[in-house]
Design a protein. Structure first.
Length: 305
């Protein structure tokens, strides 16, 4: 709305609503919000009324240092690589560049034109921005939300959730918290949230709850074809450095660390264990030993070539 008013001397409420894709009530809210931010928006009534900025008001150039401008641009460019919508990142980049001083704007454009990433662009289903912001505000304010959620089977359910925190992991957004429908702490993908409505009920986060740890452990417990248990003959610290939290759970015991994991293919689990660099003992399943022996024979044959 601010950009439209800067580009036009005066605009009627209906025209602003049409250009912004909202209703006139929302336009009035936007105008009030701009006034709260110190932008002098004048609302004129009558046949020739509408909205305009006070004469002489211009949004000043965005004064960033070279380091700050580079940080903003890199953040937005990298955002596309981790699943943020391309339209939103491109729009934000265009707005930032438009209000930069000319010399710095040219340097930022040079960075955009020449920078290459080795990290491939991730293209997961992007979450609704409104849902992300609603859940973030509810988690900060400790406010319960009413969630409409679509499962991987495309079934929709409604539930009350006490959101403990948002976690961005491996290209996806997750929210974790107490689900009143199941009575458990659950993890939900935010891109499957159909709607999130904040309520009035408040909650307290139980002591010791770590949203990141809960999300990674939840993903590690996703059902697969094989249940694997292996004793790693190393310390817990060393095991954590080599075994991703989303791959397995680690428990320190006498003689080492017990690794519990789920695997769709045992030959892949054999390769993972061989690459850890620790002595280990397979507890289950017995078939895993055969895959490890097959891998050892293959490696021996390759070494003799």
């Amino acid at each position: 709305m601010l950009e439209l008013l800067q580009a036009n001397h005066r605009m009627r409420g209906g025209e602003l609503a049409r250009r912004l894709g909202v209703d006139e009530r929302t336009v009035r809210r936007y105008a009030a919000r701009l006034e709260d931010l110190g932008v002098p928006v004048v609302a004129e009534r009558g046949r020739h009324g509408g909205y305009r900025l006070m004469p002489g008001y211009k949004l000043p150039p965005l004064m960033l240092t070279d380091d700050e401008a580079t940080a903003v641009v890199l953040g937005l460019l990298a955002g596309r690589r981790i699943g943020l919508p391309a339209q939103a990142t491109e729009s934000a980049l265009a707005k930032v560049q438009r209000v930069l001083p000319a010399a710095l704007r040219d340097r930022v454009q040079a960075l955009r034109d020449t920078l290459e990433f080795t990290l491939a662009v991730r293209d997961p289903a992007a979450p609704d921005t409104g849902a992300v912001l609603t859940l973030a505000a509810a988690a900060r304010e400790r406010r319960r939300v009413r969630l409409r959620y679509r499962s991987w089977r495309d079934a929709e359910t409604e539930r009350d959730l006490d959101p403990y925190g948002l976690v961005f992991h491996s290209g996806r957004w997750y929210v974790t918290g107490h689900d009143h429908r199941s009575g458990e702490i659950r993890t939900f993908r935010v891109d499957r949230v159909v709607s999130a409505e904040p309520g009035t009920a408040r909650f307290e986060v139980p002591g010791g709850v770590d949203p990141v740890q809960h999300v990674t452990r939840s993903l590690a417990r996703v059902p697969y074809a094989h249940e694997v248990e292996v004793l790693l003959e190393t310390t817990l610290d060393q095991a954590r450095r080599r075994v991703p939290a989303t791959t397995a759970t680690l428990t320190e015991q006498d003689g080492g660390v017990v690794m519990n994991a789920r695997a769709e293919r045992l030959d892949g689990m054999a390769r993972m264990l061989a690459g850890l660099g620790f002595p280990f003992v397979v507890r289950r399943p017995a078939e895993l030993r055969g895959h490890i022996q097959d891998l050892a024979r293959t490696l021996e044959e390759q070494a003799r070539r």
